[in-house]
Ligand binder design. Structure first.
Ligand code: SF4
Length: 930
């Protein structure tokens, strides 16, 4: 048995076993070579901490660098990381596959021939950088800064890119947020400005999850380990999910809600909590803007509440509010919610009681899932947070905090001023409340002639594959009138890079610098991603000018790319750009990554200089050594803090307190902002019937709801296809189908079906299972990668070889596209002998191509769930066939666009000033001037 430190007692030789080497051993860790067994051959390793880059969680990794070869042998968890605490999911250790992937891009490539012809030549970095810089300089000098766009998939860094873009002085940021989390973000932001929750699962009395957070959700590994810790102490878990996920299977209560009906169930639960007196009346009295609500909507009730003392301590005024909302929400009975959702009434009541009894300790989370599948999905988050508020669990131990309290982003040196411009290609007037950029509509905007792009950077982003309506992306990506130059910054080939002008290899997680912090538990930490081989060789006395010198091939890291590019854009400093990329330590000289992070660690991270000094280290040395630092332990009940006269705050119980970032500085049950911006009917937590509500379906005719968003624990979007271990485990995405539906359709396991969407269809095999409800089908979104016969393409470990054909529409508005698979995954020759041992053949099906864009008119979130019609495959249909009509997809885009209520809002604003915005411009830029 191991002792309390996890170490095994030694037997005879001075050798011990341990669960994780402590940092005192990291300079020279000795292990026996497993390949030499049964001989005891010692191997010496240098252990270098870095941060996993396979999902958003930012878990700590330890790279084991073999001192004799100078090569990374493997990755394990970093026990010094406060978020992940030494643990990883399968994708962390699989980073080694990505580093050694024989398919990766090692040198800059430039297109020759037409875009999409698949012909490339290797070029020098100087050639690429000079060309890109010259185009950007010209655009900036000619006041065409809005033709430059940086479009990021997985950011993986905190703050550094915002600084770069603001140094250029333009509004160039675009993200993937609106295909990911915009729905939940708006729901949370309306309550308290912060648009993400930070559930304290570890200390929870009850955990309520909407989706599969235990096995694959947001902050997967850090959250999962804390949920399980709580569960093993007796905390109960409830899960809303139409699919019997592994998370639902571990829950005490599985509520298989019909997609999009979750808000109805949550409102019924709120009613039960109030009716049974389980709510925290005093917390609501003090912290909810109920008086503002009564004053605006129920003046008589407001007067009555005031006559009882309003929100003063000891007053009964708040009871008037509860009277009003009992009446207001009376239709949301458990019986109604059961009819809407299909979840039994008694189960709704039982979970409501459990949540209510957890008063002060209700830990909840919704991220993608229901909030990103449905029209009005943002109300799911708003209603879920209503339970947190009602039970007084906001920012409490075991409750649900705000992300801003548990995430720490240190300031860099010399922050450039906010840009005084607004890019309507990312932030169109139709979506003033969106969270955030309307990224997935970009090709439709370009098709409509709303603008053009001279320089389009895609970074860790594969828009043609990941977004809905990928063929519209391809139509635009290949059009040089719409996109002058497309630069794909990526470690691997992908479906979108195929239509780029430059493909520039950027470092994988262990080949670059970044600072990361995520709200994975109570308290805040920062993690330091660092290039492992550079750090290892610097430990041994070598010096480098740039990280690529220590990376494989000529793989750059982005920090150095942007610094170098910015110098080339403004070589003499006349544009005012270069100064932001000069060293804070050596006047007039080019900034280095050491300068950048050294300054931050010395000046912006409270407690770090002292912790470093205690070990006779400089702060940068400390972070290179440990890879992470805990900034603070918790920030419970931050809003109660008393503040000074000059500070922002709100009076509560006779004291001025910090409160929240909303206009009222209270939790906004009633949103005057929604009223002011044209959505008065949605000013309160409410229920909006989804585009896939059961009443819209003709089940007898084969209609079903497709839920296409669920993650597998072993894969991550398109990012994990360069890991042979992971794709060996997961390489199929069959359609989950209930036996009742299978019987009605006359299909059995592995039969082919055609899944018809509004713009086309895909052909897929079915997996008949009772793990979801009749009428609902499900297909995971990671799989279905493809490559074309000409030129390089997506990794052969995972992609099928396909042909594309196209019949353009007569009016040029789009075309009819067809994908046909020539062959699935095959063994292939490479320097990795495993590539000849590939045994799987299934490359999956690319379903997203067949989805029209469905932007929620309020949050801007793409509503992923699809109403589909399923039928047995037609004669001639082949597995993985995809057919799409992009003219039709553009029509559907316009139908959804017509649901919006565009800016301006009050004061001619484009967006409420109090709403957060990525890379926020000046307040003046928020105003429409034409
Ligand atoms: S949860 Fe995410 S960051 Fe953590 S090890 Fe897994 S993939 Fe990496």
């Amino acid at each position: 048995m191991p002792d309390r430190s996890g170490r095994y007692p030694q037997e005879d030789s001075g050798w011990t076993l341990s669960s994780a080497p402590g940092p005192e051993h990291w300079d020279d860790w000795v292990e026996f070579d497993t390949a030499a067994w049964p001989r005891r051959v010692a191997r010496h390793y240098s252990l270098v901490p870095t941060i996993c880059f396979n999902c958003e969680s930012g878990c700590g990794l330890l790279a084991y660098v073999d001192k004799s070869t100078g090569k990374i042998r493997r990755f394990e968890g970093n026990p010094m990381h406060p978020g992940s605490r030494g643990r990883t999911c399968a994708k962390g250790p699989a980073t080694i596959n990505q580093v050694t992937d024989t398919e990766r891009i090692l040198y800059p490539m430039k297109r020759v021939g037409e875009r999409g012809s698949g012909r490339w030549v290797r070029v020098s970095w100087d050639t690429a950088l000079d060309d890109i810089a010259a185009r950007m300089r010209k655009a900036l000098v000619e006041d065409r800064g809005d033709e430059i766009m940086y479009h990021v998939g997985r950011p993986g860094h905190d703050g550094s890119m915002d600084r770069v873009i603001q140094a250029w002085g333009i509004d160039a940021h675009n993200s993937h947020t609106n295909i990911c989390s915009a729905g939940a973000r708006l729901g949370y932001a309306l309550w308290h400005q912060t648009d993400r929750p930070s559930p304290d699962h570890e200390n929870a009395k009850f955990i309520l999850l909407i989706s599969a957070h235990l096995e694959s959700g947001h902050y997967f590994n850090p959250h999962a380990q804390r949920i399980i810790d709580a569960k093993s102490r007796g905390t109960q878990i409830a899960v809303f999910d139409p699919r019997l996920s592994n998370t639902a299977s571990m829950a005490d209560h599985w509520l298989p809600t019909w997609p999009g009906t979750e808000a109805a169930v949550l409102l019924a639960m709120a009613n039960v909590i109030i009716e049974e007196g389980l709510h925290d009346r005093d917390f609501v009295r003090r912290w909810v803007n109920w008086e503002e609500y009564l004053r605006a909507r129920h003046p008589e009730a407001y007067e009555r509440a005031q006559s009882l003392g309003g929100s003063a301590p000891g007053s009964d005024g708040v009871d008037v509010f509860f009277e009003v909302i009992r009446e207001l929400y009376k239709e949301f009975t458990p019986e109604f919610a059961a009819r809407e959702s299909g979840v039994p009434e008694n189960q709704i009541v039982e979970v409501a009681r459990a949540a209510g009894r957890a008063r002060g300790g209700l830990s909840t989370h919704v991220w993608r899932a229901a909030a990103s599948g449905n029209l009005g999905g943002w109300q799911v988050a708003r209603c879920l947070e209503w339970l947190v508020v009602l039970t007084g669990s906001v920012g409490t131990p075991g409750g649900t905090n705000l992300a801003a309290q548990d995430k720490f982003v240190p300031a860099p040196f010399a922050q450039p001023p906010a840009q005084d411009s607004w890019n309507e290609l990312a932030w169109p007037r139709e979506y003033p409340l969106s969270h955030h950029e309307m990224s997935f509509l970009l090709p439709h905007f370009l098709k409509e002639g709303r603008g053009r792009l001279e320089m389009y950077f895609t970074r860790v982003y594969n828009p043609a594959w990941t977004n809905p309506d990928g063929f519209t992306w391809i139509e635009v990506l290949r059009d040089e009138d719409k996109i002058g130059c497309h630069v794909a910054l990526t470690p691997t080939w992908n479906e979108s890079a195929y239509w780029a002008d430059y493909v520039l290899p950027m470092g994988l997680g262990p080949e670059r610098h970044d600072i990361m912090s995520q709200e994975t538990a109570a308290g805040a930490w920062i993690g330091f991603r660092q290039p492992v081989l550079r750090t290892f060789r610097e430990r041994n006395g070598e010096t480098f000018e740039a990280t690529w010198e220590a990376n494989p091939g000529e793989v750059w890291e982005e920090d150095e790319f942007w610094i170098d590019l910015s110098w080339r854009i403004d070589p003499d400093g006349s544009l005012g750009i270069r100064k932001w990329f000069e060293s804070p330590y050596r006047e007039g000289e080019k900034l280095t990554v050491d300068d950048y992070y050294r300054w931050i660690f010395e000046n912006s991270v409270p407690g770090l200089p002292e912790a470093a000094a205690a070990e006779n280290l400089q702060p940068l040395e400390y972070m290179r050594r440990y890879g992470a630092f805990r900034v603070h332990k918790d920030s419970y009940r931050f809003y109660e803090k008393e503040v000074g006269e000059q500070e922002d705050g709100v009076e509560v119980d006779g004291a001025k307190r910090a409160g929240f970032g909303t206009p009222s500085r209270k939790l906004e049950f009633y949103s005057a902002t929604m009223v002011d911006w044209g959505w008065p009917e949605h000013a309160l937590p409410g229920y909006i019937r989804s585009q896939v509500h059961w009443s819209h379906l003709d089940r007898d005719a084969g209609d079903a709801v497709l839920t296409p968003t669920f993650r597998l624990p072993t894969l991550i979007h398109t990012r994990s296809s360069n890991s042979k271990w992971l794709v060996e485990i997961s390489h199929r995405n069959p359609l989950w189908l209930h036996p009742v539906d299978g019987e009605r359709l006359g299909v059995r396991n592995d039969d082919l079906v055609r899944v018809n969407t509004a713009i086309g269809y895909f052909v897929v095999r079915v997996w008949v299972t009772e793990g979801l409800r009749p009428g609902i089908v499900a297909c995971s979104h990671h799989i279905g990668r493809w490559r074309l016969p000409d030129g390089p393409g997506a990794d052969k470990w995972t992609s099928g070889l396909v042909t594309l054909s196209e019949e353009p529409a007569a009016d040029g508005s789009g075309g009819r596209w067809r994908v046909r698979q020539v062959e699935g995954v095959q063994a292939f020759g490479s320097d990795d002998p495993d590539s000849s041992r590939v045994w799987w053949t299934d490359a999956g099906v690319h379903q997203n191509l067949t989805f029209p864009v469905q932007p929620d008119p309020v949050s801007g979130m793409h509503c992923w769930h699809q109403k589909v019609r399923i039928e047995p495959a037609h004669p001639g249909d082949r597995y993985a066939d995809v057919v799409v009509d992009t003219a039709r997809s553009h029509e559907i885009y316009k139908e959804w666009l017509a649901k919006t209520r565009p800016a301006p809002g009050p004061d001619n604003l484009r967006r409420p000033l109090w709403f957060t915005r990525a890379v926020r411009p000046t307040d003046d830029a928020y105003r429409i001037k034409d």
